[in-house]
Design a protein around this ligand. Structure first.
Ligand SMILES: C[S@@+](CC[C@H](N)C(=O)[O-])C[C@H]1O[C@@H](n2cnc3c(N)ncnc32)[C@H](O)[C@@H]1O
Length: 333
């Protein structure tokens, strides 16, 4: 059984390794003495408790209610925990880890282009766990890959990716991507164009990760300027998806996709989801599935995940090996 101290100690290493020394020091302090956090987290010793607690404090900093809480001095942090105990407890209890990482579009774009090539049909996207739906705007951003670029020249956000091993071929990037409909199903969809929605997403970006903030800001501004915003459906996708699949068109390729959402599902639920897709594909209307899963051979490396694509009636194919944030891409042709 892990104790709260162990949870903070483990996360301290992640914070340090991934570029947030402020959080690393606070987490180390709480690992040695979790007492200041106890009134807020109670018996909750799940791995993501430090992420939820720090995001709650970060939200207060960003909204101006506790401007000094993340100054780097533990006394300032501890004082904010006492002063804002009720508000913080409520946030820690209510908000699961809520991030929307547009950098992951660097893996989604070539995948959707590959799906387009397989059928020649326009796409109807259904994202499972889209958060604010920023990745549903995949074609509104600009990309630079080793072998070419893609996307509007006047895009507000340009994404680059470190390509390892195989590169995305120029021929893939020269294809046209036609997205006819964009929908997502999320337990807690975020409207990033509201002050509260934006601050929620922003609060889960650790201090020190300025590039992520810049990407979030550019993506949210893109969303604001998009006349037809993605439709975000509130609900559990394991319950909502079958009805959407039953209703899908015959003249477009419905692409159900997800990044870093189904990986957290219990195995039995993940299997039910796979069975629902398989059953829907049986009716012959165009359907594809793109999803990130763990890559066992990659354990211990940063590229420990694979992106699989299946365009029925074809077989499942691994199209890329990736890291959790979309910073590296090893395209598998
Ligand atoms: C880690 S975030 C990833 C967000 C986005 N896919 C990305 O890559 O930036 C996971 C999202 O999945 C949603 N989620 C988790 N389980 C879900 C479920 N069973 N049904 C609907 N949404 C779910 C969460 O609310 C959250 O927004």
């Amino acid at each position: 059984m892990s104790t709260l101290a162990d949870v903070f100690r483990g996360q301290a290493q992640h914070f340090e390794a991934l570029g947030s020394p402020v959080y690393a020091r606070l987490a180390e302090h709480l690992a040695d003495d979790p007492l200041p956090a106890l009134p807020l987290v109670g018996n909750d010793e799940r791995w993501d408790v430090p992420l939820r607690l720090f995001a709650a404090v970060h939200y207060l900093v960003l909204s101006g209610d506790a401007p000094d809480a993340l100054s780097g001095h533990f006394e300032d942090f501890a004082a904010a925990l006492v002063e804002h105990e009720d508000a913080l407890r409520a946030r820690v209890e209510t908000h699961g880890v809520q991030t929307n990482e547009v950098q992951r579009c660097t893996m989604l774009l070539p995948t959707f282009l590959a799906a387009t090539a397989a059928t020649g049909l326009p796409l109807e996207l259904i994202e499972l766990g889209p958060s604010a739906g920023l990745n549903l705007l995949v074609d509104r951003y600009r990309y630079r890959y080793a072998n070419g670029s893609f996307g509007p020249a006047d895009a507000l956000l340009e994404l680059t990716v470190e390509e390892r091993g195989e590169r995305v071929p120029a021929a893939v990037l020269e294809r046209e991507l036609v997205i006819r409909r964009r929908r997502g199903i999320d337990l807690a969809p975020v409207d990033a164009t509201t002050a509260d929605g934006y601050l929620l997403l922003r609060s889960f970006i650790w201090p020190g990760l300025d590039e992520r903030v810049a990407r979030l800001d550019a993506a949210v501004e893109t969303l604001r300027r998009t006349p037809e915003r993605p439709e975000l459906i509130a609900g559990d996708y394991t319950e909502v998806l079958p009805a959407l699949l039953a209703d899908r068109p015959a003249d477009a390729l419905t692409v159900v996709f997800e990044t870093f959402s189904t990986i957290y599902l219990p195995e039995v639920v993940a299997r039910q989801l796979a069975e629902a897709l398989e059953a829907a594909a049986g009716d012959g209307r165009p359907l594809a599935w793109a999803s990130v899963r763990r890559w066992e051979l990659g354990a211990g490396t940063d590229a420990a995940f694979e992106l699989e694509l299946r365009v029925w009636p074809g077989a499942e194919q691994v199209v890329a090996r990736v890291d959790p944030h979309g910073n590296t891409l090893d395209w598998r042709p």
